[in-house]
Design a protein around this ligand. Structure first.
Ligand code: PLP
Length: 378
């Protein structure tokens, strides 16, 4: 596939499909078999699934048997939280930066829900966690590896040590981090980890739950014995093939993606010079994510202005209905004043330096138009 023609800087919403993933999907469509069938076509489909399982496993440094394919990041989170709820855990601690896929699932789980606050840099407060873990009852702790709005990387390995000491279960939503930074599941000390194909250049509607030996995965839907009894239903063979190919390509491209940090920071300097604030700037962040806010320049007005200029970005928190709400994450960072003005710019595998520069040009032009209009009104 050629690079998208307009400027697409919304990879944290979904990444354009990588050529390797597209090819793998199309090749898989040529195979007629059900991976559970024992005949030759079935075995060919099984091979596709198992090749992809090894590719996804390699992305996070685990053995293939640790990977359960599901329909996406949302289901992976639900499978982990549902499994913990069935396994004798009676409370769930979620960071305030978690995606709705975690927050809403935790709220519906029947477990007692506790919210772990963020500091001003968008990092989860481990001092708070340590204290909460000392209370009665085994806890499931959900801490994302990187935040979808700010890109802030969370102290997962340190949290894992605390969770282990308290005999808890650490679930890590790595949907945004996977394919953007190196991940070693074992070194992080997580018990389960959610991944999603479409955030790293694979197809939408496929993901995986990675589980370590301490976690018992309890299937949440019943039927056939697919995925070693962890997830019933015929596998999405073509989607899984695309996921595997995208994971392999993303792992290969990690060093070049790291370079985007320089382009991202150059844009940050330009918008800051015009008066914008960069959220989470002092924390370690994904190299391709920028969350900025300029008072008086509402998120949706920014998105619309940039769209007119051919640049696609997201409001800090664009919910699935397409409506823009004030960013809950920015509020949790102690900046409710900036929450209605947050904008997320996120690049990826096909993004060029010029894309970041053009985004900056369009943003600065729109911001100065808004300023001029305000001065006229005043
Ligand atoms: N977790 C995070 C951090 C996300 O950013 C998203 C998607 O935006 C999800 C989970 C949900 O993933 P999916 O769209 O694959 O269900």
């Amino acid at each position: 596939m050629s690079k998208p023609s307009s400027i697409y800087l919304d990879y944290n919403a979904t990444a354009p499909i990588r050529p390797e993933a597209r090819d793998a999907v199309l090749r898989a469509f040529e195979v007629a078999g059900n991976p559970s069938s024992v005949h030759a076509s079935g075995r060919a489909a099984r091979d596709i699934v198992e090749t992809a399982r090894a590719q996804v496993a390699a992305l996070v440094g685990v053995v293939p048997g640790s990977v359960t394919f599901v329909s996406g990041g949302t289901e992976a989170n639900a499978l982990a939280i549902g499994s913990a709820a069935f396994s004798g855990f009676n409370r769930v601690i979620v960071s305030e930066g978690e995606h709705d896929a975690v927050l809403e699932t935790a709220a519906a789980s029947g477990l007692q829900v506790l919210k772990m606050p963020l500091d001003a840099d968008g990092v989860a407060r481990l001092d708070w966690l340590e204290e909460a873990l000392s209370d009665e009852g085994r806890a499931l702790v959900c801490l994302m590896l990187a935040n979808n709005e700010t890109g802030v990387i969370q102290p997962v390995a340190q949290a894992a040590a605390l969770v282990r000491a308290a005999d808890g279960w650490l679930h890590v939503d790595a949907v945004q981090a996977a394919g953007k930074i190196a991940i070693d599941f074992t070194a992080l000390g997580a018990d389960t980890m959610a991944l999603s194909a479409h955030k790293l250049g694979g197809p939408q509607g496929v993901g995986a739950l990675v589980a370590g030996t301490r976690a018992t995965i309890v299937r949440q839907q019943h039927g056939g014995g697919q995925e070693r009894g962890r997830r019933a239903g015929t596998e999405n063979v073509a989607g899984i093939a695309g996921f595997g190919a995208a994971a392999e390509a993303a792992l290969r491209d990690l060093p070049s993606l790291a370079n985007q940090g320089t382009w991202r920071d150059a844009l940050a300097e330009r918008v800051k010079a015009a008066g914008a604030v960069v959220l989470g700037e002092r924390a370690q962040r994904l190299p391709q994510t920028l969350c900025l806010a300029a008072e008086g320049f509402a998120s949706q007005i920014q998105v619309m202005n940039l769209d007119l200029a051919g640049v696609m970005v997201s409001a800090g928190s664009a919910c699935s209905s397409g409506k823009v709400k004030a960013s809950r994450v920015v509020e949790a960072m102690g900046r409710p004043d900036l929450a209605p003005f947050a904008l997320r710019v996120s690049g990826g595998w096909a993004t060029t330096e010029q894309d970041w520069i053009s985004c900056g040009d369009a943003w600065l032009a729109a911001y100065s138009r808004i300023g001029a209009r305000r001065r006229e009104v005043a």
